[in-house]
Each structure stands twice: as structure tokens, then as C-alpha cells.
Write a protein that binds this ligand. Structure first.
Ligand SMILES: NC(=O)c1ccc[n+]([C@@H]2O[C@H](COP(=O)([O-])OP(=O)(O)OC[C@H]3O[C@@H](n4cnc5c(N)ncnc54)[C@H](O)[C@@H]3O)[C@@H](O)[C@H]2O)c1
Length: 356
């Protein structure tokens, strides 16, 4: 491998631009060497805008290029597993957008391919690198919050359906609505902050009240009025862990309720609690016989979460380390999401099937 890690981008839509801009900050170690998109015009536009030297007509050609060390997969969820597996078997390290798989089966296939090839497979859950997440995880590891026995998490958009009719709102392409789009971030983050318990069963319910009426539309993504909407727009669940703790989740793209679009996690521990919402981080505890709330300020040297995520990916490649957002962590969230959909369909609690 040359001094620089040479990266190829597959998919040149919204999130690809975010990754390319982020990796500019790591230009001393990383080179964005090639890009492709099934819409080649989009790949050409991005290559011109960001001075990317090579444009390929399709992903196979990019993956055949032995000058590329790693790829970032920025494609609709349906293509995550097939492209990740092909990339791993082509000898590339993979930074894969969330959700890892479109469902648990796809996630299991990715886990197997990662084990067979030994390449780095990292899921892009940038919220783990927010300063509040780093601070809470440190307190949990120190034991300062005691045993975390319950957590609440969510992300409520009042009017935020992305790209109505596009791949986002078609179950076969996306795997679901806000549960797999926003909920996957919140599940990943909460489980991490709780100290990585293993989810064992779920009671969940999903609803679709706005999308079918073309209401509740937001700004992300490109709408396709020829398309359709067959996913949920609200999901709620209670998840039980192997250590007896529980996690409650609420996520919406559209809702008749205050919707501040601010992801949140509330941890309830035997010795203290933590609330992370938007820019806020508050710890709750009892000291000297009194209830004490501590509002933690952002650190002065606050780094961008996406830069930290990208740095971690490069470090894992260079040092042969397993990323903290590994294939197994992606499997955990995919299996939990599958179980929420299944519980909603059956109207009862369902166990999570961990057989690989
Ligand atoms: N981490 C985050 O916070 C975050 C935010 C937004 C989106 N995402 C994820 O990023 C992924 C892409 O989302 P987006 O908003 O950029 O979507 P998008 O529709 O803007 O872009 C996807 C691009 O992939 C291209 N594409 C489709 N199939 C392809 C294939 N087989 N080979 C090459 N290109 C192909 C499409 O032409 C399109 O340009 C999704 O998985 C989404 O969940 C993550």
C-alpha cells in the first residue's frame, strides 16, 4: 500500500458528497482516487467538483482497480450487502453507510464475508464520535453511572419524509422507513452507551399515517412522483437485553407532535443518569443528600464527528484493528430492527434470532 490510503467512492449522491468533503480534512493520509455511480453523469459531476482523477462506468470496474485500497459505499440500502461482499472479496477495505444490511440476512452475509477476507468493514455511525457520546461512554466505562438498567432513545421529525417515492420510501430498496433510516443510528448509539448489552427480545409497533397521503415531506433526497411509499413513518419499540436492562425507542419521519429533529439518548443508571439531546449533555445524580444536575460544556478542542469516524477507519486499515462500529455491531442493529418489524406484524413480543 502506498503512503496514502487510496479510496474509491461507490454512489455519488447526497452522502457521498459529505464523505468526500470530510476526507479533504485528512488529505495527508488519504486520496479520493476514483468514483462511480449507476448514473455516470452524477459521478462525472462529482469528479469535476472535487478533482477526483478517475470515473468508472460501474462498480465492478472500480473494484477491479488494484490501485484502490478501500471503498466507501454510498448507495441505497438494497445494494449494501452485494457491493460490500464483492468489495471485500476484491481485497478492498469497506466503509459502509448505515444500515449495514437491508435486513438481518444481508447483515449475516456481510459478517461472513468480512471473516473470510479479514478486511476492515466499518459501518458509518458517526454519532458515536459526538463529544457527548465520547463523554457518556467514558463515564459508563468508569462505572460512574452504576448499572444502566434502562435507556430511552429517539429521533422525532414532524415533517421529514426523505425523497418521497424514491428508494427511501420503497421497502424493497430501503428495508423500511424511519426505523432503518434514523432508528438504526439511535439503536447503535444507545447500545454502545449502555455498555454493549445484547438485545434478546422486542415488542414493537410501526405505523404509516402520513406517507401514503404524500404528507409530512422533508428536504433530504430527491422525490420521485412516479414512485410509491410502502414503509412506516413512525416506529416504537421496547427492547430487552441479556443483562435484564431495557431500551425504549421512538422514531418518526412525520408525526402530529413537537418534532425538533434532535436525536436523543437518556441513560438511567443506579448511580447516575445522562441526557444527550442536540447540543445538550446533562448528568443527573445525588450528592451530599441533594439532587444534582451537571450541564457539561462542549470541549474547547471539539472535533467534527465525521472527521473522527474517518480517522478511525484509516487507523483500522493501517493498524489492522477492528473498528468499534464493526460488522458484528451492524448485525446487532439489523437483527433488532428485523425483530421490531416482525413484532409489529405479529402483534406480540418476539425473540431475536442470533443464529449465524
Ligand atoms: N450516516 C448518515 O447520517 C447518512 C445520511 C444520509 C444517508 N445515509 C445513507 O447513505 C446511503 C445513500 O444515501 P444518499 O442519501 O446518498 O442517497 P442518494 O439517493 O442521494 O444517492 C445514492 C446514489 O447511489 C447511486 N447508485 C444506486 N445503485 C448503485 C450501484 N449499484 N452502483 C453505483 N451507484 C449506485 C444512485 O444513482 C445515487 O446517485 C444510504 O444507505 C443512506 O441510508 C447515511
Amino acid at each position: 500500500m502506498s503512503k496514502n490510503v487510496r479510496i474509491g467512492i461507490i454512489g455519488a449522491g447526497g452522502i457521498a458528497h459529505v464523505h468526500i468533503n470530510t476526507f479533504k480534512e485528512l488529505a495527508e493520509e488519504v486520496e479520493i482516487a476514483a468514483i462511480t455511480d449507476i448514473n455516470v453523469a452524477l459521478a462525472n459531476e462529482a469528479a469535476k467538483a472535487f478533482q477526483i482523477p478517475k470515473v468508472y462506468d460501474n462498480a465492478d470496474l472500480l473494484l477491479d482497480d488494484d490501485q484502490i485500497d478501500a471503498v466507501i459505499l454510498c448507495v441505497p440500502n438494497r445494494f449494501h450487502a452485494p457491493l460490500a461482499i464483492e468489495a471485500l472479496h476484491s481485497g478492498k477495505h469497506v466503509l459502509l453507510e448505515k444500515p449495514m444490511g437491508i435486513n438481518g440476512e444481508a447483515a449475516k452475509d456481510i459478517v461472513r464475508a468480512q471473516k473470510e477476507t479479514g478486511k476492515v468493514l466499518m459501518v458509518a455511525h458517526q454519532m458515536r464520535w459526538r463529544w457527548q457520546s465520547l463523554e457518556i461512554r467514558k463515564q459508563v466505562e468508569n462505572g460512574d453511572l452504576g448499572k444502566i438498567y434502562h435507556a430511552k432513545t429517539g429521533w422525532i421529525r414532524r415533517k421529514g419524509i426523505p425523497g418521497w417515492g424514491s428508494w427511501f420510501t420503497q421497502k424493497e430498496m430501503s428495508g423500511g422507513g424511519p426505523l432503518i433510516d434514523l432508528g438504526v443510528h439511535m439503536l447503535d448509539l444507545s447500545l454502545y452507551l449502555m455498555g454493549d448489552p445484547k438485545p434478546v427480545s422486542v415488542f414493537g409497533s410501526t405505523y404509516s399515517e402520513f406517507g401514503p397521503k404524500k404528507k409530512g415531506l422533508g428536504n433530504w433526497g430527491r422525490p420521485n412522483w412516479e414512485g410509491f411509499f410502502d414503509v412506516e413513518d413512525f416506529a416504537t419499540a421496547l427492547i430487552k437485553m441479556d443483562d435484564g436492562s431495557t431500551l425504549s425507542l421512538d422514531v418518526s419521519w412525520a408525526l402530529n407532535m413537537e418534532g425538533d429533529d434532535e436525536p436523543y439518548v437518556k441513560l438511567m443508571g443506579s448511580e447516575g443518569g445522562a441526557l444527550f439531546k442536540g447540543e445538550r449533555l446533562t448528568f443527573f445524580m445525588e450528592k451530599f443528600g441533594r439532587l444534582v444536575d451537571v450541564n457539561a460544556p462542549a470541549p474547547e478542542n471539539n472535533h467534527n464527528e465525521r472527521v473522527l469516524l474517518s480517522q478511525h477507519f484509516i487507523e483500522c486499515i493501517k493498524e489492522g484493528k477492528t473498528p468499534i462500529t464493526s460488522a458484528l455491531s451492524g448485525l446487532k442493529t439489523n437483527l433488532t430492527i428485523d425483530a421490531i418489524f416482525e413484532s409489529s406484524r405479529l402483534g406480540r413480543e418476539v425473540p431475536i434470532d442470533w443464529d449465524i
